[in-house]
Every structure is written in C-alpha cells, then in structure tokens.
Ligand binder design. Structure first.
Ligand SMILES: C[S@@+](CC[C@H](N)C(=O)[O-])C[C@H]1O[C@@H](n2cnc3c(N)ncnc32)[C@H](O)[C@@H]1O
Length: 367
C-alpha cells in the first residue's frame, strides 16, 4: 500500500514553487519540498520513531516533517547548513526585532577589528568589512542562543549581496554600490523577513534535532532514537561545493571553511588535486553510511536517496546504481526507483558544469 502510494506522484513536480521559510537563506542543491513531502506522506513514519536526513543541508526534510507533525533528526557537516536548519525549525524567539535594532545601534559605538580573513580585501570593501565585523561582534554579545542564531542567520543571508561577489553562483568580483549603512539596512530587512515568515506559520509541535557532524563520525548512539524513514539527498563527486558556496559566510561567522572542505564528501577540490579522490572512495563512504542507516532504521523502514550522476575526469558514474548495490550488502532491498527531471534555471542551482539533467529517487527497504 505504502509503495503503491509512491506511484501517485509525478516526481518531476512541475508546479512546485517553494517560498516562505524555505527561502529565508540561499542553499545549493536544495530539495524542492514536494520530494520529502511525497516520501513522508506515502511511506509514513511509525509512532515513536523519527525521520532522519543524514545530509540535511538547509533543512527541507526537517521543515516538511514538522509541517506533517513528525519528529525529525538532521545531520550536516556544514555549520551554515546547521544554522539554517536550526533557525527554520525553532519557534520565533520573542523580542527578535528589538534585539536586531539594539545590535545595529551598538555598532555605532567604539571601534572594531576586522578578523584575519584570507583575501577579505578582494571581496569586501574596507568600510563594508568594518560594518560586518561590528555586527558580528555585537551579535556575539546577545545572551539568548536562539535570538543569536536568528541574527547570525540574517547576517549570513546578506553576506554575498554586500560583498563584491557577483552572485551566489558567480565567483567574479564586481563593484557594487554597498555602504556601511546599506549593510545595516539589509541586515534589519533580513531580520524583518524572518520575523514575517515565521509569524505567518503556526508554531511547530514536532521536535527537530540538528547535529553538526561529519556523517562518517556519527554513531547510532549519537542519533539516539529509532528511525523508520530516511529521506536524503547525498553529496556526490564533482557536483557541488557547499563549503565554497558558504566560504565567506563561514569566515565571518567564525567557522573554518577549510576544515569543512577537507571533510566534505564529493567536493570538486578533492577530485582535481594532485592526489585525486576516486569513485571508489565515494563508494566506501556511501557503504559506511548505509551500514549506519541499517543500524538505526527499524526493520521494514525505508531509506530514500535522491541522487544524480557524476562525471569524473570524463567518465560517467551512476551514483544511484552504486548506492543500490552497496545498500544490498548493508541489509537493504531496492523496492522502487523513479527518474525525475531537474528543472533548469532554478535559482540556486547551477547545472552547467555537472551537466545534470535528471536524478533518481531510490527507495530502499531495511529487511
Ligand atoms: C545535496 S545537499 C543536501 C540538501 C538538502 N536536501 C536540502 O534540502 O537543503 C548535501 C549536503 O551534504 C553535506 N555534506 C557533505 N559532506 C558531508 C559529511 N561528510 N558529513 C555530513 N554532511 C556532509 C553538505 O554540506 C550538503 O549540505
């Protein structure tokens, strides 16, 4: 019955148009929310268990799970991904607007040191850097952790816009008319947008837990509860560089993008260095993750992977076929596979270099 329900969907979701909470911060290769919604509603989540997304990115699975009243757990290596996921899934803290205004007001007093960020002068004009540094310093002094998270997310969302970087997906430096005043105004506008977006939603009742970790270091104990459904879209070789996309956001917010790059699965940098990473390494990483999933999933639970193809040094690789093969060795059976067309021209989605046109939705059942 659950599996039959999967066939009621057009997996291309031609009419999907995410807005509101899903768009409060840019993120590359995000799910359209229709995908986790279709998987959760079709396959169901057993009472007392949770949905797990081991590569939760901007938290789409967690947001949809909350809308459906289902507890969820998300894991991601990237601290910006975790910040976005946390903010999207926690209730709006009281007094956010007042706190944002106080932060901006406080930036006018005293001087501030711009942190030692590589190449900062190339990407940010000096006055803009000072304005951002002052905002970071004042946000860091906000005592309430949830207010602080919301303010940090608002600042993160404007970093590329106030930099010289042409856009989120174009790494050319261009001159833009940005002043310290417009940095503060854009920060306040981003806060207002978060408040407005959240105020329009009912407060989520289901819990969502976000773990910031390399998935390869996660144990079943860390996940800590029974899972009856996994919904995820893994990173894969040579497709996207999440660390690069968020590099300056991480520097400004005090994280280390180079450490993230080193642990990021599939990052293009690993495939174009002297010591080339290989598809075989990716296979071993996926095998290890499937073994973890097989330990945390209840018997009869499902793991769904949305994954495209990779091209490494001119050779095409079918990631879905590889994951299905490794899943078999980890105690899973492939029960269905859909091919879906990825709509070109989606804003935060650059298809040109990877030439990805379709992706697979792989449905595996834990024996
Ligand atoms: C395709 S994206 C997930 C997007 C997500 N479905 C969404 O809707 O936003 C893949 C994610 O895998 C994460 N990732 C890469 N290597 C990782 C690792 N070693 N451990 C945990 N997460 C990792 C990336 O940071 C990225 O957020």
């Amino acid at each position: 019955m659950a599996l039959e329900r999967l066939h009621l969907h057009n997996w291309d979701f031609p009419d999907s148009d995410d807005s509101g909470l899903h768009t409060i911060h840019p993120y590359p290769a995000k799910f359209i929310s229709s995908i986790p919604r279709a998987l959760i509603t079709s396959l169901g989540v057993a009472p007392g268990t949770a949905v797990l997304d081991p590569f939760c990115g901007a938290g789409t699975t967690l947001v949809v799970a909350q809308e459906l009243g289902v507890p969820s757990i998300g894991i991601d290596l990237n601290p910006i991904a975790c910040l976005i996921s946390r903010v999207k899934t926690t209730p709006l803290p009281a007094g956010l607007t007042a706190a944002a205004l106080r932060v901006v007001q406080a930036t006018h007093a005293g001087t501030v040191t711009v942190p030692a960020i590589p190449n900062v002068g190339h990407w940010f004009n000096e006055e803009v850097s000072a304005a951002i540094a002052a905002l970071v310093a004042q946000i860091d002094r906000v005592p309430d952790a949830s207010v602080r998270d919301h303010l940090r997310l608002a600042l993160s969302s404007i970093i590329v816009r106030v930099s010289r970087q042409e856009s989120d997906t174009r790494y050319a430096a261009i001159e833009k008319p940005v002043s310290p005043r417009s940095v503060r105004e854009q920060f306040l506008a981003a806060c207002a947008r978060i408040v407005e977006t959240k105020a329009a939603r009912s407060t989520p009742a289901a819990s969502a837990v976000v773990l910031e970790s390399d998935i390869l270091a996660v144990t079943p104990e860390l996940i800590g509860r029974g899972v009856s459904l996994v919904v995820t879209s893994p990173p894969y070789p040579n497709a996207y560089e999440y660390w690069l996309y968020h590099k300056y956001r991480m520097w400004w917010l005090g994280y280390d993008p180079i450490a993230v790059k080193q642990q990021e699965i599939g990052a293009r940098a690993h495939y174009f260095r002297k010591r080339h990473a290989t598809f075989e390494e990716f296979r071993l990483q996926m095998a290890s993750i499937l073994r973890l999933l097989s330990k945390v999933l209840v018997s009869g639970g499902y793991a769904c992977f949305v994954v495209g193809r990779s091209r490494i040094h001119g050779v095409d690789y079918d990631n879905a076929a590889m994951i299905a093969g490794e899943a078999g060795r980890a105690g899973f059976t492939e029960v269905d596979r859909f091919s879906r067309v990825i709509r070109a021209g989606r804003k935060s989605f650059n298809l040109s270099h990877a030439r990805i046109k379709t992706e697979a939705v792989l449905v595996l059942r834990r024996s």
